[in-house]
Design a protein around this ligand. Sequence first.
Ligand SMILES: *Cc1c(COP(=O)(O)O)cnc(C)c1O
Length: 371
Amino acid sequence: MKDTNIDQFIKKTIRFDIQKQDTYPMSFDGDFIKLDAMESPYELPNHVMAEIANSIKKISLNRYPVSSGKPIEELKSAIRESFEIPDEAEMIFGNGSDELISLIIQSCCSPGDFIISPWPSFIYFEIAAKIHHTVLVKVSLQQDLQIDLLAMLKAIREFKPKVIFLALPNNPTGGLWSRDTVIEILNQAPGLVVLDEAYQAFTKQTWMQDIMQFDNVLILRTLSKIGFAGLRFGYLTGPAQWLEQINKVRPPYNMSTLTQTVLSTVLNHRSFINVHISAILNARNWLISSLRRLSGLYIFPTYGNFVLVRFSQEINADEIYIFLRKKNILVRNFSKYHPLLDNCLRISVGTSEDNALFIKVLEEIMLNLTN
Ligand SMILES: *Cc1c(COP(=O)(O)O)cnc(C)c1O
């Protein structure tokens, strides 16, 4: 009885488009070998965990987090140094870069405004656009999953987007757009262009050193893919005037005292971060060369800590996905997500052991399927 009442209230109260919307596809719980969410497979070193434990002992959880002044300036300097951000670039912090994506749209777009992104790309661009009543114009990638520059420029002329999101490298395809292509887009954009460098650490190519040369470009980064997905921390950087505006819609105290404390401790002991990134890059090379030795699949070029694989027609990617899951290996199934990703699975790079097990199981499945 009570439930039907709740349902009635919800039906007439919650936005109709939200009622119809799917929930964000979160990763499965369980004891899986997780090759599905581009997390770093490496835990923090023990001595860093010990420092974190120590630093947390000193915080005052009864107080609101510090949100300006010396501690925040110190955190900014540590981030600047750690991630080579130019001195002139200002930054704001988000509870993950997902939050910053949402704040960018909120501060730039009124209902009905247009946003453009090449597509398929990061799924949260679409979710955030919908939540804020804006329209994401998805400009299809080419068949080879490269960006279609002419189609992008045409869409820019036609829709005059408030915001353009470019994920560099792109998720879930792994591709990276050339400098000339990005420059063309920047030159034609009538509004803001956000370069989402979530996977920058795995390519070394970055727009960060050029950021202050443009009037309408911001760079978005996250720590999630380099070892801190659980921390929920991202930053948006670029000219102060832009960030001052976007900062107005940021919820007060969106970065907890815990996050601030852990982050500054981690950055004080940051040498392990690059060690882990190098290990992931080595593991990626091994994974790619092992996949190349299998027949019946195509590996798209990747600049991230993941590989998009397309299986040939005789092989059903859904079956592979389910079989892997039965063997406790979790990858991400994109085979029905978009026609351009037909029969594709995305595999995040794990530890050498995880990757070796994945290849072994995949080999078995493919043998079974083709026999
Ligand atoms: C994972 C990802 C993010 C989100 O990162 P969080 O900081 O964990 O919210 C942003 N952009 C792209 C392209 C991603 O793949």
